[in-house]
Design a protein around this ligand. Sequence first.
Ligand code: ATP
Length: 470
Amino acid sequence: MSEGNHGRLAAAPSLEAGDSLWQACVDQLAQDLPEQQFNTWIKPLLAQVSEDLSRVTLFVANRFKLDWVRAQYAGRISAVLEKLYGQPVQLELAITPRENSVKTYPAPSMAANAPTAEPVEIQEEAAAGGFKTRLNTALTFDTLVEGTANRMARAAAMHVAGTPGQLYNPLFIYGGVGLGKTHLVHAVGNRLLADKPHSKVLYIHAEQFVSDVVKAYQRKTFDEFKDKYHSLDLLLIDDVQFFANKDRTQEEFFNAFEALLAKKSHIVMTSDTYPKGLADIHERLVSRFDSGLTVAIEPPELEMRVAILINKARAEGTEMPEEVAFFVAKNVRSNVRELEGALRKILAYSRFNQKEISIQLAREALRDLLSIQNRQISVENIQKTVADYYKIKVADMYSKKRPASIARPRQIAMYLAKELTQKSLPEIGELFGGRDHTTVLHAVRKIGAERQQLTELNQQLHVLEQTLKG
Ligand SMILES: Nc1ncnc2c1ncn2[C@@H]1O[C@H](COP(=O)(O)OP(=O)(O)OP(=O)(O)O)[C@@H](O)[C@H]1O
């Protein structure tokens, strides 16, 4: 297949239609995707389009690529094809048949000749010799939203994925539940395999490692066990706090650790706490955990939560309005898993009731969750919410600064404080950096009057009120 030809495979009479359908799809993807992704994953695809255009089979070189394309791009490709063709197009993925590889492309159309390769089911295997990686190919850097909370951990993880066995070995990532630790370690493995498909990568949960040790012990198969673990290029091990009090496991892990580091293989670990905070784990192991780079993942900040919601909704094929994402993100703060749960509820509620996603709908869908929080509206809360919304510093709520970009949000916050709390004008003035009650009164009147005139302001106040009321 020559360069620049995107693998268009359709013989007469469907050549033209099939050809242009796939070409149009490729053109669209070239616009939608970052250039590097497009060149790596889409451009090399070979396509076979059925005569009636209802089915497209894409051929990829090996199982790993098939797995990857299916997880990362199949949904998007199907959506583009459907949009272009006007109705659903069946998408199949297959491995390029070896005997047909170069010679028979472009291959005969499906109408003229039955397809030579059967679509293949995804299995838990990478390209290298059927070795099980246990990686979830959906968990990649592309789907991991970046924010202050995970910036360092993400940067370190990307570095390791790009040049394993060098800096930051071991990489120890810690943080609370549902903050993306597991996602991040899978992303490292997936990235390394995408770049170097023959690498030996294993993702394993610490509990699974414990059970592997127990099995090896019972069956006296420690040689096999060692072959498996000591030969890896990259070991990703999740939740190592589970090693607590498991002496034999700790010993075997120590051995594996030493063997892997000696041959410059990389180890990435996660835990719910930093190494020295680990209970009932031998000191020699703890000090090794801490000997590379230790980074934390913090709970995501508001903007990151908003971005995660919008991205995840989009991945489900739904556009979530920013104001709704803001409302949800303000109310679901603890971790990303909970955000995902809230999103699922909203999507299901919207589909079930056939209603557009709005703040009102989100409020209904999350009624239970919100009522548990039973939040009190305080002036501090209003100041923080308004500052977040208008992207100014909370400190500007009390400062003497006067530029309109700050003064106006401050007036809005005063207006909301009067409207949503029981505080008096002097009390509110006091909480806004010791301002006079007449300043507060002026703000309340001004914003109240403008709200009647300006639709946009009214809308913004509406979002803020909904958010604050939870
Ligand atoms: N920054 C992020 N962007 C997108 N999705 C994220 C992000 N962080 C976490 N997630 C998603 O949130 C969910 C929970 O994340 P994950 O399982 O990686 O958390 P964890 O820190 O390993 O939690 P636990 O300690 O409970 O195992 C996953 O579905 C993950 O994809």
